[in-house]
Design a protein around this ligand. Structure first.
Ligand SMILES: [Zn+2]
Ligand SMILES: [Zn+2]
Length: 363
């Protein structure tokens, strides 16, 4: 039994919630109502939760008005405390995780073909709403309930503190790397080496690719080489893309603050014929990608431009297996959960190296 229980033995759901969006890093310990427990559900006592850029965008209202009060966090690891009668995949006591998606319709084509992350009725882990009307609350908290399809078993070899950030940041870049053929003999560019970008470098190397890291932060260059990047390119230099013309097979862009200035034509020019540029960064609503002209953007190499959103459970299990077999571990710093506000501000001001993991401190 966890210490987070009420006198009658039920798990108590409490978390660090934002109550006033004008003070978005000022989170207060708050009790909340969990979703109705169903036969396919797993209940998890949370031990760790990563701090994602999505938490910053949502709490600071960059993607629009959020629900209040709101507990953020969608890189969750803990132990199973209860399973419904129809749960087949998990046992009480097992170490598991939950990522950025907590539910989907389970019936549409996307759900049936292992693309549940593109289900039109997907429900986000926080700031969403379950079909019973309860608002979804995230992992800066004591506990969470989820349908077993949205729960991931954590391999014994991967510590919880390392597994947490894989479940959103890791998966978000693993999915397009896998989908678009990252592997031996491929040259893969990664734009922006923060939480997502550092995972992209680690995975791409583990998958056998030659990695080109594009960064405008020279203070990170030594780290990026240590992560395994074969080339670190200073994108502050004029004509930085020229030496790499028609060279790369795939680019993953994690840039999520572009201010209209992302030199996208330069990046596209580094792609080999029919190469692919995938953006996983999702900037604030008022911060779109620069406009494109097909002549400069696509005529030189017939390249393709697209996006990607988190990943499926199938991909998540593959990713955890890659981390286990190739011994891939993220670069992280830990803080007690009550310091979530500090971690959020450091993510916002780009001080994270390279992911904050909050550890449970609610009694
Ligand atoms: Zn669906
Ligand atoms: Zn996330």
């Amino acid at each position: 039994m966890s210490q987070h229980t009420t006198t009658n033995g039920e798990l108590e759901f409490k978390g660090y919630a934002m109550h006033d969006a004008s003070k978005w890093t000022d989170l207060k310990l708050t009790s909340f109502r969990p979703k109705t427990f169903k036969p396919e559900d797993v209940e998890i006592a949370i031990t760790h939760c990563g701090v994602c850029g999505s938490d910053v965008h949502t709490l600071s209202q960059g993607w629009g008005e959020s629900k209040l009060p709101l507990v953020a966090g969608h890189e969750i690891v803990g132990h199973v405390t209860r399973i419904g009668d129809k749960v087949t995949e998990f046992k009480v006591g097992q170490r598991v995780g939950v990522g950025a998606q907590i539910a989907s319709c389970m019936q549409c084509r996307a759900c049936q073909e292992d693309f549940e992350n593109y289900c039109p009725d997907e429900i986000e882990t926080y700031n969403g709403q379950y079909d019973d009307g309860v608002v979804t609350q995230g992992g800066y908290s004591t506990a969470i309930r989820a349908h077993e399809r949205f729960v991931f078993p954590i391999p014994d070899e991967i510590e919880s503190v390392h597994a947490a950030s894989m479940l959103c940041a890791g998966l978000t870049v693993y999915s397009p790397l896998k989908t678009y053929g990252c592997g031996p003999g491929k040259k893969v560019g990664i734009i922006g080496i923060g939480g997502l970008g550092h995972f992209a470098v680690l995975w791409a190397k583990a998958m056998g690719a030659e990695v080109y890291a594009f960064s405008l932060e020279p203070e990170k260059y030594d780290d990026i080489k240590q992560m395994g990047a074969d080339h670190v390119i200073d994108v502050r230099e004029k004509d930085f893309a020229k030496p790499f013309a028609q060279m790369l097979d795939l680019i993953i862009s994690t840039a999520d603050v572009v201010n209209g200035k992302l030199p996208i034509n330069d990046y596209l020019s580094t792609l080999w014929v029919h190469g692919t540029f995938i953006t996983v960064g999702l900037p604030d609503s008022n911060n779109p990608l620069p406009s494109l002209h097909p002549m400069q953007a696509f005529a030189g190499n017939g390249c393709l431009l697209g996006g990607s959103h988190v990943g499926s459970k199938k991909e998540c299990l593959e990713m955890l297996e890659l981390a286990r077999t190739k011994n891939v571990r993220p670069w992280i710093e830990t803080l007690p959960m009550r310091e979530a506000g500090k971690a959020l501000m450091n993510v916002k001001t780009n001080k994270a190296r390279y992911r904050y993991i909050l550890t449970q401190d609610i009694n």
